[in-house]
Design a protein around this ligand. Structure first.
Ligand SMILES: Nc1ncnc2c1ncn2[C@@H]1O[C@H](COP(=O)(O)OP(=O)(O)OP(=O)(O)O)[C@@H](O)[C@H]1O
Ligand SMILES: CC(=O)N[C@H]1[C@@H]2OC[C@@H](O2)[C@@H](O)[C@@H]1O[C@H](C)C(=O)O
Length: 378
């Protein structure tokens, strides 16, 4: 019996995200028919322990030999998801370890069939591979959800949603157009580095995970030469859509090596706003405002920098009633339902795929035990 195929109309989808910041697993319920959002449910967060973060960090840039790390990722997801009742389907993003859409492809670890078995729910996963195989960037994938979220919030003018996680990505969306895959409804691209270089600096210099509230950056001065070098980086001359690996801007760590801790933090914080400013040129028209989601919205130095360099209203997504801690997790719940309904999850304007692509793989609860010929978890 395929339970998900029996239900019509809106269903409760439990989406997950284990992002490039490596801070933990987010999970959240969204009620959707795959087109419109009908409501939001509870969310949950399961932080990675320090030793787990070590293991994940060591996996970055790797494509294989990651079976044990995948078990860790699945286990953390299971702990986060199992206590949440009421889901009809799970959208499991997994953990990206490497991303090279023009070359080796994209790698998200974690086996959706194991989760389906353990949770006794259908799981949609491996969202990015089909888009990359078709010639797309495989990222960003949240834009269709961002478009639906703006419609849900009653926004009626072209608006940007900026996600500041480890990497930054921006969706420009016109919510007056109903379908997200329709031409002109949305376009998107990764903007550049966001919190990843700053977090790496804080770890190296201070043994901390992040620059909380931008306190260190607030006492420093951005280095003009580093910002000038950033402007000349070939990434910013590329047309949209485009996507980035977490460590694509590794040169930044060397570039700030001789700066004081505060100046280095101020520089890496200013880099985020400058990248967004450079990216805005790619939008079909200037958005009415920028709504910020992801952890970067909690950094006031980053937010003030964004306002100053873009000259736009820059506000957290909470301003329109959305939850900036859970938006990406909700996005993969929404996309899971689109996959089950055969609707596209990306389009030429969001990932550069040659046509709208319905990505994702579906695993049912019985698939994993059938694969092994026995019931086995973990
Ligand atoms: N209070 C805060 N002050 C400053 N920075 C913060 C704060 N809270 C979170 N952050 C930053 O946001 C990051 C987490 O952001 P988020 O959870 O959106 O990332 P992610 O989902 O892992 O990434 P991605 O969107 O790239 O997949 C932290 O690692 C930190 O750099
Ligand atoms: C390959 C990959 O995992 N990319 C992530 C990453 O984190 C932010 C940015 O880079 C974005 O492209 C994407 O995630 C978001 C959720 C997306 O696909 O929309």
């Amino acid at each position: 019996m395929i339970r998900y195929a029996l239900k019509e109309g809106p269903v409760w989808a439990l989406g997950t995200m284990s992002g490039t910041s490596l801070d933990g697993v987010d999970a959240a319920l969204v009620l959707t028919d795959g087109q419109d959002i009908h409501g939001f449910g509870v969310g949950a967060y399961r932080p990675y322990e320090e030793d787990e973060r070590e293991t994940l960090r060591a996996a970055l840039g790797r494509w294989d030999g990651l079976e044990q790390v995948a078990r860790l990722v699945e286990g953390a997801h299971l702990e986060c998801l199992a206590p949440i009742p009421g889901a009809d389907v799970v959208g499991f993003h997994g953990q990206t370890t490497a991303h090279d859409p023009g070359g080796r492809g994209t790698c998200q670890i974690g086996d959706g069939a194991r989760l389906a078995h353990a949770l006794d729910l259908p799981v949609v996963w491996d969202f990015r591979s089909a888009d990359v195989a078709a010639g797309g960037q495989g990222a960003p994938l949240a834009p269709f959800f961002h478009h639906a979220a703006l419609r849900y919030a009653g926004i009626e003018e072209p608006t940007a949603i900026l996600n500041l996680g480890g990497v930054g990505n921006l969706t420009w969306a016109d919510p007056r157009i109903k379908g997200p895959a329709e031409p002109g409804a949305c376009m998107a691209f990764d903007t550049g580095p966001a919190n990843a270089p700053l977090n790496d600096l804080m770890r190296a210099r201070r043994g901390l995970d992040l620059d909380a509230e931008g306190a260190l950056a607030a006492g420093g001065t951005p280095d003009a030469a580093v910002l000038e070098r950033l402007r000349r980086d070939p990434f910013f001359a590329l047309p949209a859509p485009k996507s980035l690996d977490r460590d694509a801007f590794a040169w930044l760590a060397d570039a700030v090596a001789t700066l004081s801790d505060a100046d280095a933090a101020a520089t890496l914080t200013a880099v985020v706003a400058e990248s967004v400013k450079l990216g805005l040129r790619l939008c079909p028209e200037m958005p009415a405002r920028i709504l910020v989601t992801g952890g970067g919205r909690l950094n006031p130095v980053m937010m003030v920098g964004l306002r100053r360099v873009t000259n736009l209203a820059v506000e957290p997504v909470e301003e329109i009633g959305l939850d900036g801690d859970m938006l990406e997790a909700q996005a993969f719940g929404y996309l899971a339902v689109r996959v089950l309904r055969g609707l596209p999850t990306s389009a030429p304007a969001t990932t550069g795929a040659p046509r709208p692509i319905c990505g994702g793989r579906v695993s049912e609860p019985g698939d994993f035990s059938a694969r092994l010929g026995q019931s086995a978890w973990p």
